[in-house]
Design a binder for this molecule. Structure first.
Ligand SMILES: [Zn+2]
Length: 262
């Protein structure tokens, strides 16, 4: 069983449910190290393409949106334990203040030097588009720009291939998948809330969110094969995912054309 877990910011600032205070994050890492095998993000494709039937669950840690506290807080904690993770990077906002998230407004995103240092330490980076829109609502031009421009900027600036994209809010449809494939992405990350679409493959790889309110037994259920608690968790995650879409509704006016400021 291989599960990609999705954290957001590791921080005590703000009250948003997607923040996880450092102390709770340490407890979650303790739990995961005791009960699972945490794989290096650079091994992602190997795990996605192989059938993992070992008894101990395998997990990969990912961090959505790429906030600066991933570098200042999560990175030292994980380095101490010999762990690395993957950051979904909103390419148009590297080193800039968050203006696109009504819940996370005011936070700074990771800068280029921080991303380079994470990469040197064995972390990986995937595209999280240019401006974090709901891709399903974008025009064809905007969709292509969000996918292509973010891949190009990250590859050029960081000097490596970016094979994966995380769809903002996990939202995709067949048009988004076709565009991602055409852009050259081999992996696409969604969230459990979107699994009902029944599409399976590397371009619809599910990330399972971990929230600060999640109990230890619930976190164990997230990485276990199917079961009652896992389904309960998926239901709750779907609710939170829909709440996060408020950001997308607030952003509606920015979907129409390609923004000039990037
Ligand atoms: Zn995001």
């Amino acid at each position: 069983m291989f599960t990609v877990l999705e954290f957001h910011n590791i921080s005590s600032r703000g009250i948003c449910w997607t923040n996880m205070p450092a102390k709770r994050f340490a407890d979650v890492l303790d739990l995961l190290q005791a009960k699972t095998h945490i794989v290096a993000p650079t091994d992602l494709e190997r795990y996605l393409n192989s059938q993992d039937d070992s008894e101990r669950p395998h997990v990969m840690l990912s961090f959505d949106d790429g906030y600066e506290e991933i570098y200042t807080t999560a990175y030292p904690m994980m380095r101490e334990r010999g762990l690395a993770g993957m950051v979904s990077t909103v390419a148009g906002y590297v080193g800039k203040r968050n203006l696109w998230d009504i819940m996370g407004g005011g936070l700074d995103h990771l800068g280029w030097h921080q991303l380079e240092e994470l990469l040197a330490a064995g972390w990986s980076i995937c595209s999280h588009t240019m401006t974090h829109p709901d891709l399903k609502r974008c025009t064809d031009d905007r969709l292509a720009w969000e996918l292509e421009q973010s891949k190009q900027i990250l590859e050029k600036r960081l000097g490596l291939e970016i094979p994966a994209v995380a769809y903002p809010f996990g939202r995709f449809n067949s048009r988004v998948l076709r565009a991602a494939q055409k852009t050259g992405y081999r992996i696409g990350f969604t969230v459990g809330a979107e699994v009902w679409k029944g599409v399976r493959g590397p371009l619809t790889t599910i990330r399972v969110p971990v929230y600060q309110i999640d109990s230890d037994p619930l976190i164990r259920a997230k990485v276990a094969p199917d079961g009652f608690h896992k389904r309960l968790d998926a239901f709750k995650n779907r609710f939170f995912n829909r709440l996060s879409l408020l950001t997308s509704f607030a952003d509606r006016h920015r979907f129409k054309g390609i923004p000039q400021q990037f």
